[in-house]
Write a protein that binds this ligand. Structure first.
Ligand SMILES: Cc1ncc(C[n+]2csc(CCOP(=O)(O)OP(=O)(O)O)c2C)c(N)n1
Ligand code: SF4
Length: 275
């Protein structure tokens, strides 16, 4: 992949990013941009929307039609855009707190509606931007500013949440497995329906430091490597061995369900015929 093609999608005057050294968010952004290049989509036909958070800063750096919205509401703005302009390729980027914490209600309903868009979830298991509070995906036992002795609650499994809510493309990747991540995001873009890609990533500053990984980017990446497993490896593991692990791969790719815009068009035509 030509670096120039990726660079052409960035607002170079807005760089460097605000992200801390070693943060996984840059890795996800570069995967996302390589996937966009592979689609051949023109910049003007893409709308990229975020909520709030470190992951939510992506719209400032990419040269598409962009919206940096309110915390947890990216999918609502994106839904409006897709319904008003069905021809647009709609991409949502969102932190775990943004997508399944404050935006949890919007997330399940977007999955259920099967709107033709892709959400890439920057899942670092923490509220990074605001200083490391627990998020709905903080792994049990790990420390956060609001859980100094370790998180007591069970985390959400975003893949299962998306599957249960009706998303028609559901996948999980990690910032350690970059070529695979490029492909998962590309396949999500190509799917006609609601696509969810849960990306296990790092926040060296607010998660790593508190959890004996320090703020060293490589140590944090090695932690990711240790907690994710491929679907093939997972098949050979017992439920006890899989406890606390994140299985990667594609969990659903259902092309038989119509997306919301198609259903909307059909209803509109039916209504017009009756007039
Ligand atoms: C309604 C509302 N509540 C709270 C906040 C404060 N806030 C800003 S970013 C953030 C957490 C972001 O965490 P996450 O979505 O996981 O993204 P990350 O920063 O880790 O990438 C919070 C709680 C806000 N901006 N708006
Ligand atoms: S606080 Fe965490 S998520 Fe935010 S930029 Fe720094 S390392 Fe990344």
């Amino acid at each position: 992949m030509k670096t120039e093609a990726v660079r052409a999608l960035l607002r170079m005057d807005k760089l460097p990013t605000i992200w801390c050294p070693g943060c996984g968010h840059g890795t996800i952004l570069s995967s996302l941009l390589r996937a966009v290049v592979k689609t051949g989509w023109k910049k003007d036909e893409i709308a990229l929307i975020s909520g709030i958070g470190c992951g939510g800063r992506v719209p400032g750096y990419v040269d598409f039609n962009t919206l940096h919205t309110t915390h947890g509401r990216a999918l609502s703005f994106a839904t409006g855009i897709k319904l008003a302009k069905p021809e647009m390729k709609v991409i949502v980027v969102s932190g775990d707190g943004d997508s399944v914490g404050i935006g949890g209600n919007h997330f399940v309903h977007a999955c259920r509606r099967n709107i033709d868009m892709t959400i890439v979830i920057f899942n670092n298991g923490i509220y990074g931007m605001t200083g490391g509070q627990v998020s709905p995906t903080t792994p049990s036992g790990y420390r956060a500013s609001t859980a100094p002795y370790g998180q007591l609650e069970k985390p959400f499994d975003i893949v299962n949440l998306a599957l249960g809510s009706g998303a028609t493309y559901v996948a999980r990747g990690s910032v350690y497995h970059v070529p695979m991540l490029d492909k998962l995001i590309y396949d999500g873009f190509m799917h006609k329906g609601f696509s969810v890609i849960d990306v296990i990533t790092t926040c060296p500053t607010t998660f790593g430091r508190r959890n004996k990984l320090t703020d060293d980017g490589v140590k944090n990446l090695e932690w990711v490597k240790g907690i994710v497993v491929s679907a093939g490896a997972a098949k050979k593991m017992t439920p006890e061995e899989l406890e606390g692990k994140y299985v990667m791969g594609v969990f659903r790719k259902d092309d038989t369900k119509k997306d919301l815009n198609t259903l909307y068009d059909e209803i509109e035509q039916k209504a017009r015929r009756k007039q």
